[in-house]
Design a protein around this ligand. Structure first.
Ligand code: ITT
Length: 188
């Protein structure tokens, strides 16, 4: 039997959906997937990009949706790749990033979750500090093999509890608090 969903994650990236689905499951929220390659505006602000993606996703899906926009910000590169993280990963990749870095390897991952339905548009932002490893370690998607969260020795790709501490987890936790409260008051 086909499952029906109250909320859809609109993205071209199945890895992001899989993680978001697992995380939201732990808060009692069931998340469907609507695979769609959203157009991304050129902007230095993740928030602005997320806002446009959410509106576009709702117009396309016509159901309550969420989108996520992420960025890896590297201190010594003045925040690069930031809003260009997707493009940079597809072009120079982890190998290229490692070649660019010298002593200062501090970095952060930022996630913006944007929810949109007929009445609401809300965004939730979170970050995780860390640094870039010297080599690629572990088998993971995206920048997971090179990102080491603060106070840890292993990359996201090597950790088995990424979904309990990541930028995505933190933003989705904020979202869940708001969403579950909203569902309760919608019911009354
Ligand atoms: P959308 O269709 O949802 O936009 P995308 O892959 O283009 O998918 P983003 O622009 O939000 O998504 O993400 C930027 C890139 O950052 C993404 O393509 C990954 O390479 C990387 N990334 C984001 N979150 C990550 C994570 O948790 N672990 C590793 N890499 C991540």
């Amino acid at each position: 039997m086909q499952q029906s969903f109250d909320l859809f994650f609109v993205s071209s990236n199945y890895h992001k959906y899989q993680e978001a689905k697992k995380i939201l499951q732990s808060f009692g929220i069931v998340l469907g997937f609507f695979k769609y390659d959203l157009e991304e505006i050129q902007s230095s602000s993740l928030k602005e990009i997320a806002l446009k993606k959410a509106v576009q996703a709702f117009q396309k899906c016509k159901k309550p949706i969420m989108i996520e926009d992420d960025g890896l910000f590297i201190d010594s590169l003045f925040g690069f790749p930031g809003p260009y993280s997707s493009y940079v990963f597809k072009t120079i990749g982890n190998e290229g990033i490692l070649r660019l870095l010298k002593l200062n390897r501090k970095a952060k991952f930022v996630s913006i979750i944007s929810f949109c339905d007929e009445k609401n548009h809300k965004s939730f932002e979170a970050k995780i500090d860390g640094h870039i490893s010297k080599t690629e370690n572990g088998k993971g998607w995206g920048y997971d093999p090179i990102f080491i969260p603060k106070n840890m020795k292993k990359t996201f790709a090597e950790l088995n509890n990424k979904n309990e501490l990541s930028h995505r987890y933190k933003a989705l936790k904020k979202f869940s608090n708001w969403y579950l409260h909203k569902m309760k008051s919608d019911d009354q």
